[in-house]
Ligand binder design. Structure first.
Ligand code: NDP
Ligand code: GDR
Length: 338
């Protein structure tokens, strides 16, 4: 039997690591692109690295991407590489645009120049950040976009390019408009992992204070392993399309803190408001959580909650992992780290 081949940019990121496992389990030949100067090295894929064909590359290097696509000749391309931190995009807007927007253009152009549009399917990691502050209570594929960061603006450019290459050149290219998804492999600088890490540290007896930005922000958090299955499903359809993947449930950052600390047997009580809001351990009275304006964004997206009806109907996709279960998994993974 001929094995299908897939090429994943950002293979050593959270989603890349889950997707690579998923595709290997399905019998794919998996190729992944990593940067020579990667900050996270290949820790997330250490256990499967020998089964993946790893290639050095960078989304800012068009010739490199062209050569990789030519040599690998994949049937499926998953474009997951990105400067993916929203707050960092305010500090590095041009770089974020270069990687997230122009990087996608370079990859699509490689496929077009090589005349591979009939042999290769393309997945683009689009984001619920496209909706920004659209003020819709629940967002779906029809909700107008209102990007509120350089990251979201760059992702919006990539989103439209994907639709344009689909219409102009007949490329099987799909956007997955994914709401937040987390896991024990989530980067330390994202709020879910930061909270899970702090809850475990307090449980271990460390003298630490969790400092956060906007506690009122509401997000629709799912589990990465459910979401990579959705990416794959999009590329198995006869026709390309754009799909929202979400759980349909939104909670605040404050709620996430309470649940994560409950996992280690600590109840949090909030006192004060705004910058003075502090989370105390109910049992000991010790302050454990404080607000630090350094983590405020110039503009924040206050409420994201997705409607994945289209993906449920067309792809048979659903978010299987319950939010509470995922938080327990993340805290427990942090507890087992020393
Ligand atoms: P991560 O930040 O965990 O991974 C990003 C990956 O991109 C890393 O492998 C990183 O490698 C790579 N990368 C960054 N810059 C470059 C570059 N210049 N050239 C090549 N590779 C690069 O993100 P996630 O796995 O969480 O997300 C995957 C994708 O999905 C991203 O595009 C993200 O924007 C998008 N997304 C994520 C959501 C989520 O909730 N997780 C929701 C919606 C969209 P390195 O080790 O070298 O830094
Ligand atoms: P997000 O995720 O910006 O939604 O982007 P993040 O976890 O960074 O923030 C979620 C919300 O929490 C608030 N927040 C904090 N965020 C961080 N990182 N650190 C803090 O200390 C903190 N305190 C409060 C934020 O203001 C925000 O409202 C993620 C990324 O994976 C993107 O790549 C992806 O596109 C979107 O999810 C969907």
């Amino acid at each position: 039997m001929i094995r299908k081949s897939a090429f994943i940019t950002g293979v050593n990121g959270q989603d890349g690591a889950y997707l690579a496992r998923f595709l290997l389990d399905d019998g794919y030949e998996v190729h992944g692109m990593v940067r020579r100067a990667s900050m996270q090295r290949n820790d997330r894929i250490a256990d499967i690295a020998r089964h993946i064909h790893l290639h050095y590359g960078d989304m800012t290097d068009a010739g490199n991407l062209l050569r990789l696509i030519k040599n690998v000749a994949p049937q499926e391309v998953y474009n997951l590489a990105a400067q993916s931190h929203v707050q960092v995009s305010f500090d590095t807007p041009e770089y974020t645009a270069n990687v997230d927007a122009l990087g996608t253009l370079r990859l699509l152009e490689a496929i077009r120049i090589l005349d591979m549009q009939d042999d290769c399917r393309f997945y683009q990691a689009s984001s619920s950040e496209l909706f920004g502050n659209s003020h819709a209570a629940v967002q779906n594929e029809q909700t107008p976009f209102a990007p509120a960061s350089p990251y979201a603006a760059a992702k919006l450019y990539a989103y439209w390019l994907v639709r344009n290459y689909r219409e102009a050149y007949g490329l099987h290219a799909s956007n997955g408009i994914l709401f937040n998804h987390e896991s024990p492999l989530r980067g330390d600088e994202f709020v879910s992992q930061k909270i899970a890490c702090a809850a475990a540290a307090v449980k271990r007896g460390e003298d630490t204070m969790l400092t956060l930005g906007n506690l009122d922000s509401r997000r629709d958090w799912g589990h990465a392993k459910d979401y990579v299955r959705g990416m794959w499903l999009m590329l198995q359809q006869d026709k390309p399309d754009d799909y929202v993947l979400a759980t349909g449930r939104a909670e605040t950052v404050r709620w996430f803190v309470e649940k994560a600390f409950e996992c280690v047997g600590i109840n949090i009580e909030w006192r004060g408001t705004g910058l003075d809001e502090t989370g105390f351990c109910v049992a000991s009275g010790r302050p454990l959580v404080a607000v630090d304006p350094r983590f405020y964004r110039p503009v924040d997206v206050g409420h994201l909650c997705g409607d994945a009806s289209k993906a449920r109907k067309a792809l048979g996709w659903d978010a299987a992992v319950k939010l509470e279960t995922m938080i327990e998994e993340m805290v427990s993974a942090q507890m087992s780290k020393q």
